[in-house]
Design a protein around this ligand. Structure first.
Ligand code: ATP
Ligand code: MG
Ligand code: MG
Length: 552
């Protein structure tokens, strides 16, 4: 909306508030199924639902849509609650489980049977699918469709009592087998599943289908706006049908476009395959688009919420460039991450005219974006490490870093001029770069005003610590990893170079880095101490490289 700046959902909610459609309140819900960990797409939905409630002085229910016992687990419940809290959303007292409504839902189903609006069908799942017809072909009625109310009540009760085998009978809505909307061709409402539920144990052997549980759960909770993704657009007529036939309070379903992120899969089914197939190291592998993976990678919840705000809410599916997510974390960490020196691909630099055994301390700013962060002291000695690619023996045009005869700045320390190199006799590899320094340039500026074009970061060899650094790249090679040739598998698109572990030389202060702590490694990127990191064996994850490829 150009006048209010509202997205289409906020426009609907504002209009409902104005007309008093729901008595002026706003109640939303975030309804994950506990069958996997939350991913960045779920964050979009959570931010929309919790955000909308907060903006309107309403509340958002945290509801587990736990109606399919075979795939659900308390591990997932716990991880979801943790992730939502981490994102900064608070459900207060409003934590619900659809499984708490099993009895009420059962009674609603009985009510539909009494009204002649539901029947027990003995067709198999395959037969039901076959009888359903297609978009161009009307469906056919089941031979069991005209059972009497009494017979249906009896059979449904016996389904509940466990008398029948899985797959032998279902309860179906009695709507219209010729409807152009396939969802209305007598959809299944209940099926027999002899599986233990993570909360209700063996109390039930029949379980409601999503389409029967969801709207009624919304109604029970007094939800006003039930926001879901576009795949459910065609289910809205069924959502409305159930509530109307049951004649109970009727929330409004609204659909929005799900997040699709380039080089990423956002489907729990596929994420489970990655975990179970050992393609990644668990749900919190820093390459995973899960909130636990992003957190371990070094993402902040602020950056994720900022990203969710920037992508907005639309009615039609689009793709979001993963560079935008990276831009959000870069912006956040630029403001808050302390700067440190870490050399990822070290080569020795020996300063010939610097006294052997001498140590002096130079001052370096902790964060130029935050004056209150102050300075730290870095030990400077005769032998340092610099990045191998900060030196070129035979510099190409436009290369302003160190090369024979050229002078560069060592960040916050001195100017040095290269005098030569030492090579390994057998391999020809440069093992040492030799230079001299100008003692008059302490702090990295010269009193005579002469300039250098290149600045290198460095660490003193005798003070440097070894750290394992994990460099991540996109998990998939293709922008749309699900765009597959005939017979292809999305796992064929995995990027074999998505994780590269190297040993870096880092400044001594990092010995104290605690798991989860974030830094900018000067000139190379933002990094976060991994969960596995200890003072004796430091491990850092590269959250994101410094260079921003986000094109505005
Ligand atoms: P998946 O396809 O990953 O299994 P789902 O929709 O089955 O997702 P739910 O646990 O039902 O997962 O999701 C909870 C909420 O998050 C739902 O309201 C769902 O619509 C929303 N959601 C899931 N994926 C996305 C996405 N990519 N973008 C936006 N919202 C999403
Ligand atoms: Mg779902
Ligand atoms: Mg799903």
């Amino acid at each position: 909306d150009p006048t209010t700046g509202h997205d289409f959902i906020r426009t609907i909610v504002a209009e409902d508030n104005r007309t008093g459609k729901f008595g002026g309140h706003v109640v939303t819900r975030f309804p994950p199924e506990p069958n996997g960990y939350l991913h960045i797409g779920h964050a979009k939905s959570a931010c929309l639902n919790f955000g909308l409630a907060a903006e309107n002085g309403g509340h958002c229910n945290m509801r587990f849509d736990d109606t399919n016992p075979t795939r659900e687990d308390v591990e997932y419940v716990n991880s979801i609650l943790r992730d939502i809290r981490w994102l900064g959303w608070d459900w207060g007292d409003n934590l619900y489980y659809a499984s708490d409504y099993f009895l009420q839902l059962y009674e609603m189903a009985v009510d539909l049977i009494r009204k002649g609006k539901a029947y027990v069908d003995d067709l198999s799942f395959d037969e039901i699918r076959e009888y359903r017809g297609t978009l161009t072909e009307p469906g056919r009625k089941s031979p069991y469709r005209d059972r009497t109310v009494g017979e249906n009540l009896d059979l449904f009760q016996r389904m509940r009592d466990g008398e029948f085998d899985e797959g032998s009978r279902v309860l179906r809505a009695r709507i219209d087998m010729t409807s152009p909307n396939l969802n209305l061709r007598d959809p299944v409402l209940y099926r027999i599943l002899k599986a233990s539920h993570h909360r209700t144990g063996d109390d039930w052997v029949i379980y409601p289908m999503y389409d029967f549980a969801h709207g009624q759960s919304d109604s029970i909770e007094g939800v006003t706006h039930s926001i879901c993704t576009l795949e459910f657009e065609g289910h809205r007529a069924l959502y409305d049908w159930c509530l109307d036939e049951l004649d109970i309070y009727h929330p409004q379903q609204i659909e929005f476009a799900r997040l699709n992120l380039t080089y990423t899969v956002l489907s729990k089914r596929r994420l489970i395959q990655l975990v179970e197939g050992g393609y990644v190291n668990g749900w919190d592998d820093p390459r995973m688009p899960t909130l636990s993976g992003l957190r371990r990678r070094g993402y902040t919840s602020e950056a994720i919420r900022d990203f969710c705000e920037r992508i907005g809410v639309a009615k039609r599916d689009t793709w979001t460039d993963i560079a935008l997510l990276e831009h959000s974390i870069r912006e956040d960490l630029n403001r808050r991450a302390p700067r440190v020196m870490a050399v990822l691909d070290p080569v020795k630099l020996v300063i010939e005219n610097y006294p052997d055994g001498q140590v002096e301390f130079v001052e370096s700013e902790i964060n130029p974006e935050d004056a209150s962060a102050g300075n730290r002291k870095l030990p400077f000695t005769r032998t340092l490490y610099i990045e191998r690619d900060d030196f070129a023996e035979d510099p190409p045009r436009g290369f302003y870093r160190l090369s024979p005869g050229r002078e560069v700045r060592l960040k916050d320390a001195f100017y040095v001029t290269c005098t030569g190199v030492v090579k390994d006799e057998s391999t020809g590899e440069i093992v040492e770069i030799r230079c001299t320094y100008d003692p008059e340039t302490r702090g990295g500026t010269s009193s005579d005003g002469r300039r250098v074009r290149g600045t290198s970061h460095w660490v003193s060899t005798e003070h440097a610590l070894d750290a394992e650094v994990r460099i991540y790249d996109h998990l998939f090679l293709q922008e749309d990893p699900g765009d597959l040739p005939e017979g292809g598998e999305f796992t064929d698109n995995l990027n074999p170079g998505s994780l590269r572990a190297i040993t870096a030389k880092v400044e001594p202060l990092l010995a104290e880095a605690r798991p989860g702590e974030r830094f900018q490694f000067l000139r190379t990127g933002y990094f976060c101490a991994d969960l596995d990191s200890t003072p004796a064996a430091l491990v850092f994850n590269r959250t994101v490289a410094l260079r921003d490829s986000w094109a505005r």
